[in-house]
Design a protein around this ligand. Sequence first.
Ligand code: URA
Length: 202
Amino acid sequence: MKKHNLEFKIKELEIIAQELKSSICPLRVGATQAVPGEGNPDADILFIGEAPGEQEDKLGRPFVGAAGKLLDKLLASIDLKREDVFIANIEKFRPPGNRDPLPEEISACFPFLERQIKIIQPKLIITLGRHALKKMFEWDRDKIIEKNISIGEFHGKLIKGKKGDYFPSYHPAAGLYHPSTKIEIEKDFQKIPPILHYLPCK
Ligand code: URA
């Protein structure tokens, strides 16, 4: 695969952020603004969460609320900062009242994330929560997954796909409510540095 230079990546990511402002994503009308995602355009790791919440919708930035604080701590536990990675969501606009995004809403926005993945070319895609995991598996396997996926089965494991390498974990918000889930996420994060080390250079 051709490696993009940093200048190209910055420019292309900015084009996506601009295009999102007038996109046909059904949730755009009820949201304050798009939350395209942010971070290092050249990151080895791309995190994919669920959807913007109230704070994210207000600020136009991903994971800036309570779940984001936990994500920052988890990153710090493996000597990473937000600026080292790229953080995005499977849905770019806040669903009303923070309800789950519907599959058709996720699908309408997904081409933007797909383009981000192709620009950033991460070594590892870390899905946070079931919505991101389900959609990424559908994308990689060209197969609709009817039921919700059980994260318990997949988290903390490196999954080699056709289009990339994946490492699913639980959503940090789940860790805020369930101490046992928080412990699982903490353990998952400790596996990230050795996995990155094992994966081939970009
Ligand atoms: N939860 C998410 O999944 N994404 C955010 O950006 C914030 C909270």
